[in-house]
Design a protein around this ligand. Sequence first.
Ligand code: SF4
Length: 206
Amino acid sequence: MLKLAAALAAGFGINGLPESVNASLKKLSSVDIPKIVYLQGLSCTGCSISLLQSSEPSPLALITDYSKLAFHADLSATTGQQALDLIDSYISGEAGDYFLALEGAVPYDMPEACVIGNKTYAEYIEEATKTMSGAIAVGTCAAFGGIPAAEGNLTGAISIKEFYNKLHINPLLITIPGCPVHPDWLSNPSRVSAEIDPCQYCAVSL
Ligand code: SF4
């Protein structure tokens, strides 16, 4: 669970985490710090922008000292086919352990509304369930459908959890709602729901 805590801290800031958790995180070797593949679907990128407003540690420290951010469309220098190959190396399982951070709802009735390279957002999410250590739904769009799932939407937008339900699978999923999500909310257990047992949940959000 420490790896999961590190993934959350790395992806979403560690403002306000108890000192005991911070101390444990600092003991993680660079080898143990989980990698994060961050994909965006039906989103406005507002959650990513919000997360970059973290103050302690700084956004730079988040993606250099505290995390191994493997890919983020807005932050990664790599682009084009190189970026797609990088994503595929993780989704296929070749690149090792990783957590999948997902920002945005899934266009269930219109998968082609969200395409990353040659694959849809939905295809990436489904394929990743075979290789990822867990998923993190970032923001209200990913957690509940949000604005993309508003009445009358043509895409059939659904949350990550609903998408997993459609697939009849139940992978580890952490949801952090908010529009946009705020890094500090990680430290508030009432704002975070986890599809894990209560003891593990306590370990994540002391
Ligand atoms: S939750 Fe709000 S800020 Fe985040 S991607 Fe959705 S609309 Fe944008």
